[in-house]
Ligand binder design. Structure first.
Ligand code: AHR
Length: 336
């Protein structure tokens, strides 16, 4: 298994296949015609997106599309609707079309070896974006451009300490956790980071009393939180792996006659505009940012990979944390 903590610099010894494909089978977006054309117009990038499950994902897709256009690349973009089999067939299509580079944000961490070996055999370099995979062979992808999800989980636990202090909370902390998509890197790693801090510093007073996936969607967050409130009406904290699930959960908390942000303190991850709106209304107490605007960095990396340059094994995203009292000031300048 490849660790996301692996900072090894990888030499990219992959000679990229050339030749533009005639057309994309899925949602093919030709960016080349409108691009700057600054020497990179020959690059064809096949990108397989997870889906459109959240505000974060919409911002991420927009960022990839506009950065590809800006760079003058031909982008072949497909939305996998959160299904691994759709991503595998999109990648196989990109291999058949002989794109220069394949990038994808894997819906789950396991099950990629076979298709990645096919890309390697076709000499098409693969760049992971946003989420990592577990592979048997380090050489099956070149680099990951994305966040440190374990650290986001740790930061969520640390900011919860501040939230509890600010609320003057005394006594047991009974936490409900809304997990992301089962088997996805952000779900696994955020839970891990949060647990790490909880076990090290709060073994006596904090407990995750209930934890289930809401699949990173609003509908999932709403439905699962309603069930949580039925089975555990004494929950006093919600840790949601993304803002959309927190926003869905808020609806169920209000429907149960409780005040989100007061009766149930809420910490979530992402920092999308709707999350900031909920925070400025006092319904979310703190947000750990996860930046979706990965497009420009991805295009730079793709160019380097295509040119056979050396890139870092993991190109990390810079992020901040926000408490509720910062929400109103920060909201007008949020970019997503
Ligand atoms: O992989 C990033 C996660 O996926 C975001 O936190 C979530 O909102 C998205 O769906």
């Amino acid at each position: 298994m490849l660790s996301r903590r692996n900072f090894l610099t990888a030499a990219v010894g992959v000679a990229a296949a050339t030749g533009l494909a005639a057309c994309a089978k899925e949602d093919g977006t030709s960016a080349a015609a409108a691009g700057s054309g600054s020497g990179s117009k020959a690059i064809t990038l096949g990108f397989s997106q997870v889906g459109s499950e959240s505000g974060w994902r919409t911002a991420n897709s927009d960022s990839v599309k506009s950065a590809a256009k800006e760079a003058g690349y031909t982008l072949k973009f497909s939305d996998a609707q959160q299904k691994q089999e759709n991503q595998i067939s999109a990648i196989r299509n990109y291999i058949a079309q002989k794109v220069d580079v394949i990038a994808f944000s894997p819906v789950v961490v396991t099950g990629w070896d076979a298709v990645l070996k096919e890309a390697k055999a076709a000499k098409i370099p693969v760049v992971l974006t946003d989420r990592s995979v577990e592979t048997s062979d380090d050489s099956l992808y070149v680099t990951l451009v994305g966040s440190d999800f374990t650290d986001e989980g740790r930061r969520a636990a640390k900011i919860l300490e501040k939230v509890l202090e600010k609320a003057g909370h005394k006594g047991a902390v009974k936490i409900a956790q809304l997990e992301g998509t089962t088997g996805a890197a952000p779900a696994i790693e955020r839970a891990k980071g949060f647990k790490e801090v909880m076990e090290a510093d709060h073994a006596d007073d904090w407990k995750v009393v209930v934890s289930q996936t809401g699949d990173f969607t609003r509908a999932g967050g709403k439905q699962v939180m309603a069930a949580f409130l039925q089975s555990n009406p004494d929950i006093n904290v919600l840790f949601a792996h993304n803002d959309d699930m927190a926003i869905g959960a808020i609806q169920s908390i209000e429907a149960a006659g409780k005040k989100p942000g007061k009766d149930i303190l809420i910490v979530s991850i992402d920092g999308v505009k709707d999350g900031f709106v909920a925070m400025s209304e006092g319904k979310i107490n703190a947000i750990v940012e996860c930046n979706p605007l990965l497009g420009p960095q991805l295009m730079e990396v793709v160019k380097k990979v295509k040119d056979g340059e050396t890139v870092e094994r993991w190109i990390k995203t810079k992020e901040s944390d926000f408490m509720q009292d910062q929400a109103k000031d920060a909201l007008p300048t949020r970019k997503y």
